[in-house]
Design a protein around this ligand. Structure first.
Ligand code: BEZ
Length: 249
């Protein structure tokens, strides 16, 4: 059976289209804790992260929002605009935000540093393929899964991670992934397992075409002399190199 057909046939809910990497993220309109937003306008020229929650005031969601608030400066440093989503009302979100901020004594009395979208009709959750069919509310309606979408300044989807409602996220890993996305958006490199800023030092230079090697022949030869070339094929070379700031050394 053709794979696309098989995937469609296996879908529990064919009305949940979802998004693919590289797709332009929908420019939706939504009510949030900071008023009505138009998503692309909200993002401006920044990167963005949208993360969804099954429900307000639930224990796992509350720890996640508190963690996201605690490290919000790290997202700001990377020019990533944060926005959360849950399927309750703006009023509930405002009161939940206060609870969340009270969780860390140093934040008590401060405002949640990012807005929360009120998706009380679950319209966005359906549009973005975020419903978790295994978790239902008391009325039998599916809750939102824990989705993470990272959107680039070109408004295209750069990363998506989908956790079920019962598994809380690791925001440190999400920041690490953002670092990789931002590096690989600027440089023609790939980052290896567990790669991390600032103590990473090594990224991987991916050369897809012989012409790219020819254009960087001096560097290629220098790396070859140092035994830095990991794998060579006629059409694809993966090369390790040392990375300091913006320079190849
Ligand atoms: C929670 O956030 O605690 C939660 C929400 C939905 C299902 C399970 C846990």
């Amino acid at each position: 059976m053709d794979m696309a057909k098989k995937l469609t046939t296996n879908r529990q809910d064919a009305a949940m289209p979802g998004l693919l990497l590289g797709d332009v993220f929908p420019d939706f309109e939504a009510n949030t804790t900071i008023g009505k937003i138009y998503f692309h306008q909200f993002l401006g020229n920044s990167w963005g992260i949208l993360f969804s929650h099954p429900r307000d005031f639930t224990p796992v969601c509350t720890t996640e929002l508190a963690c996201a608030a605690k490290i919000s400066d790290e997202f700001k440093k990377r020019d990533v605009k944060m926005i959360a989503l849950s399927i309750d009302s703006v009023e509930d979100h405002r009161s939940w935000s206060e609870d969340v901020m009270a969780l860390h004594p140093e934040h008590a009395g401060s405002l949640l540093p990012f807005p929360i979208i009120a998706d009380d009709k679950r319209e966005l959750s359906v549009l973005l393929g975020m419903l978790d069919p295994d978790e239902k509310d008391k009325d039998g309606m599916p809750l939102t899964a824990r989705c993470v979408f990272v959107i680039g300044p070109d408004k295209r989807l750069k990363l998506s991670i989908l956790y079920p409602a019962t598994t809380g996220r690791n925001f440190t890993e999400i920041l690490r992934a953002v670092d990789s996305l931002q590096l690989t958006a600027k440089k023609k490199v790939a980052t290896p397992v567990n790669w991390k800023v600032p103590n990473h030092s090594r990224a991987i230079w991916v050369i897809n075409h012989r012409s790219e090697r020819e254009e960087n022949l001096d560097l290629y030869r220098a790396l070859e002399r140092r035994g830095e070339i990991r794998r060579k094929k006629a059409r694809l070379c993966l090369i390790g190199f040392t990375w300091h700031g913006d320079a190849l050394v």
